[in-house]
Design a protein around this ligand. Sequence first.
Ligand SMILES: [Zn+2]
Length: 415
Amino acid sequence: MPLQPSRTVGELRELQQLTGDENGAQRVAWTDTWAQAQDWLAGKLAGLPLEAEVDPAGNRWWTLRGRSERAVLLGGHIDSVPNGGWLDGSLNVLAAVEVLRRIIEDGEPAVTVRLVDWADEEGARFGRSLFGSSAAAGSMRDQEELRKLTDRDGIALPDALAAHGVDLDRALEARKQLETAAAYLELHIEQGPVLESMNLPLGAVLGTFGVERHRITWRGQAAHAGSTPMAERRDALAGAAKLALEIREIARAAGDGAVCTSGGVVCRPGIVTSVVETAEQLLDQRHLDAGKLASMLAAAKEAAQRFAEEERIEVAWERIWNIEPILFHPQLVDFCDEAIREVAGTSHRLPSGPLHDAAEVAQAGVPTEMLFVQSLRGLSHTKLEDTKEEQLELCVQALDRLASKTIAWVAATQP
Ligand SMILES: [Zn+2]
């Protein structure tokens, strides 16, 4: 039977019926509902000529042996956030299931094809995202911290994992799964408004943004709101306010999708009768180009210094977190672009703001690509998350084309 994209839409609705409620999807990793979704998925794949396996990190694999053991991986995550959407993660898995069915119909593939359902992409219960993929990629280095994490009910992470057959101490043994990996493909909803604003259904993802996160502390002098003339004030909030506006210009000047966000300012003493003495400001900057990200940070620091002098206050910077941009494989980006043009006429290349399992796999050195489908109103992680049915069918077709091109490429580039 040829590819049936409408079957994917039907299965997504079936999964939502089974594991969602009036507030949205409830497939939080390491819960009974998640296990129920996994069993349902296993049922969909039962009867197909696939080898099923659960790795030591709880990732589920289905392998279709090909003429070569080098493998093209199709990935997704069936877990969701609480009150989540019906597409985030499960679309990736179910579209890949449909592509697998089509490949099986066509007979033994030139290379091995594997479906992976990553364990706990969302990190919703314990606050640690990309659990399964970081174990497989070998980048999980926080096992001591993971051991101490508890959920809202005080249940420790290792105990919750054990209830699902996963031993935290052995999770990194999942690394063996990527030994034969020659390429990794992941479909995902965009979770942002870019494709919708361009009136395009699909996009080829260039990579994931690098991120710089800082806490900026401005220090002035608390002074009485009534007795201190305007010219005499050393107002810490003035520095934060100027910077909050300046970062718009910094992002605009960097271009290529650059974003800067001042996500919060906490003022002290924080009373209506005092000039602000300290303002703690949070800044998040993102870009796909490491050099541009560095110059955005430098521009923000330079502007902050200037504002501090203008306002006669002090400013100090502290890095909270950062990550380098992760670029996807240029050949696979080209294939994705081609596949999109074949099924939808027009394509668009765009960066991904959120991190995904694909970022972990790419960092492990496996050629990686993601395909985005439009998100209505850019909404995700809510029951309002949605994509038009015809676009869901289109993305299954595009993933199928991308998989075919990638299989042929891997087969032709035997090491
Ligand atoms: Zn996701």
